[in-house]
Every structure is written in structure tokens, then in C-alpha cells.
Design a protein around this ligand. Sequence first.
Ligand SMILES: NC(=O)c1ccc[n+]([C@@H]2O[C@H](COP(=O)([O-])OP(=O)(O)OC[C@H]3O[C@@H](n4cnc5c(N)ncnc54)[C@H](OP(=O)(O)O)[C@@H]3O)[C@@H](O)[C@H]2O)c1
Length: 352
Amino acid sequence: MAFNKTGGPEVLHLVDLPTPTPGPDEILLRVAYAGVNYGEIQHRLGDFGEPEGETVTGLEAAGVVAAVGERAAGERAGAAVSAVSVGDRVAAYLPDGGGYAEYVVVPAAFAFPLPDALDLRTGGAAALVLTTAYGVLAGAARLAPGDTVLIHAAAGGVGGVAAQLARALGARAVYGTVSTPEKAAYARAAFGYDEVFVRDDFPAAVTAATSGRGVDVVLDPVGGPTRLASLDVLAPFGRVAVYGEAARHPDLQLPVLPLWKNNRTLTGYNIGDLARRAPETLRAHALNALSLAAAGAVRLDITEEHDLTDAAKAHRLLGEGRNRGKTVLRVDASSSLLPLQRGPASSSPSGV
Ligand SMILES: NC(=O)c1ccc[n+]([C@@H]2O[C@H](COP(=O)([O-])OP(=O)(O)OC[C@H]3O[C@@H](n4cnc5c(N)ncnc54)[C@H](OP(=O)(O)O)[C@@H]3O)[C@@H](O)[C@H]2O)c1
């Protein structure tokens, strides 16, 4: 499912493209399920530039390794490609998109062996959101045991797993904000928040819930007035971690003096930048988060499954903010029925 011009969900259409060939340190993935993410809505809308020809979006997928490229030369290169074999089940983060397809080429460093406890449908929903949530909490926000956390867009893909990961990493209390009371009830039940507030009133609600102290960490993928108000609910040495622009407001122009006058930190996370400059860190985050999911500490709540050809339907839902938990596209569910096949070098879950 590709688009060749920016616009609404209707620009997504079915195309027949040649099966790509993996280069050095790459694998070819036969996709079983692809996750649907807000970043793909922004890609289609043109927030990341105009498409050049038929462009296949899709930042995460899971499936079976169909081919493995050469091991590149160099001391550190090639380690990840040696860790996978044809037939392995992997969840993949796709920095250049391509997940809404039957086959996609993946840098081997971002093809994560799927633990036996996780099926391909869960894997398809996991690679981007789990890695992002882990990276925002552990990397950008430096979450410490005992911290209190506030998560905006609490009922969504990243938000839902971030709440559970925060607890697994030692958070003392986890609060959320959403747009409607219905989503608040859903997020509380699905992800175990202490409290979930409707976003319009969140500063007063957070102040009351924390007896005036504020929170140590805010996760903000929304932006605009939400971001500005988040700085005001920080406890001393608190961090607002910025990682998205879901509300598509213009960027904030902030004075710096209030940061030191109020012991505040503003920090950021971007998975694409990490993929380019610290791929081993990204891989370590992904493997840690997948292990926590395999151990049952984090559950991906897949509330919507659509056929690949119905990608526009999934985009409409997410673009209008009507989604809950995670949405996946079914590309080739028969791959889920394949027996597990293990190559000699495939068993190391921490093959960084
Ligand atoms: N920096 C990175 O590397 C990185 C990586 C992955 C994802 N992200 C970001 O993380 C965020 C969550 O991604 P996701 O895929 O898991 O999406 P999601 O949270 O499942 O869905 C997006 C949510 O954003 C909220 N939202 C706020 N204003 C909105 C608006 N004007 N229109 C539509 N939705 C609005 C909605 O929740 P409410 O109804 O609660 O408002 C909506 O459900 C996105 O901002 C995404 O760009 C960043």
C-alpha cells in the first residue's frame, strides 16, 4: 500500500513493486503483520516532506526472515546480520518505512529476534512502540526507581506500553491524560494507570493527585499548550520528555531562564536520529523492552486488526484520534502458522 502524493487516507493505494534484495548487513523480511503508527499519518500528510514516486510507509512489522544479506566488512559491522537466519521470526523497526508490504528490507541491527512467548501479531505491533517507550523513559527522561510519571496520549500505542514499562522500571505512580472520559476509563483498565485525567484540566488534577509536589517525568508526544503546561507540573529536577507533535501545533518558542529558576529539564527523543547515530543503543532498548513483554510485564493491547488493503480505514481512525491501544495490518497471517525455525546463530536474544 503506497502513496505518491500527500493527502487524506484515500491517497493510499495498492501497487505491485518488485521484491527488494537485501544488501550488506540487511535482511529481507516476509511481513506477517505491520503496526499502524501516528508517524505514518504524518508521513502521508507530508509532515516529513513530499513522496518521491510510489512510497510505502510503515515503521514496524513482524514476520519471517526470507533472505539474509552479506556480512559487511569491519570489526563491529555484521554482528546483527550473523544473529539471524532464514526462517527466524523477527520484529523489525523500519527507519525508512516499507512495512505496509509483503516484503521489506531491514537493516539487520533493527531486526529483533522475537521471543517464543510473543506471536507475530504482537511482534507487528511492538518494534517501534516498545523501543520508543523504552528509549523515552530510560534514555531521554532518565527514569529512576521511585519516580512519578505523567503520560500524555495515555490510551495510545506508545502511551499504553510506556505506562507499563514505567512501572517495570520502578515508577512509584503513573498518571495519564487523554481527550475523553471514555478513553480515560479504557486506559485505566487496559494499562493500570493510577489515574487518567481528561487533558483540558490536567495541571490542576496532577497537582491534586501529587499533593502539590508535581511529577518527576512527563512524556509528551502531543505538543502546543499541553507541552507548555507540562513544564508547570514538574517536581524539582523533573523532566519533560518531548517525542512527538500529534496535535500538529506550531513549535513553541520558549525562554530558557525558567528552566534554571525552577529546576526543570526539557529533553527529547527521536528514534530516527538514534538509528543513524547510536544503532546499538536502539537495539539494546528494543531487546530489553521485548524481554519485558515476553515476561508478561508489558502487554500490547491490539484493539483493531485490518487487512493490508484496508490501511486507509486504519489511518482514518488514528488520524482522527479515535484509536485505542494498538492497530495492526494483517499482511500474511499464514506466516504465523509456520513452525519455528532456528538457524545456528539465531538463539541469542541479546545479539547486539
Ligand atoms: N520521537 C519518536 O521517535 C517517536 C516514535 C514513535 C512515536 N512517536 C510519537 O508518539 C506519539 C504516539 O504515537 P502512536 O503511534 O502510539 O499514536 P497513538 O498515541 O496511538 O495515537 C495518537 C494519539 O495522539 C493524540 N492526539 C492529540 N492530539 C491529536 C490530534 N490533533 N489529532 C489526532 N490525535 C491527537 C490522540 O490521543 P488523545 O485522544 O488522548 O488525545 C491519539 O490517539 C505520536 O506523536 C508519534 O509521532 C515518536
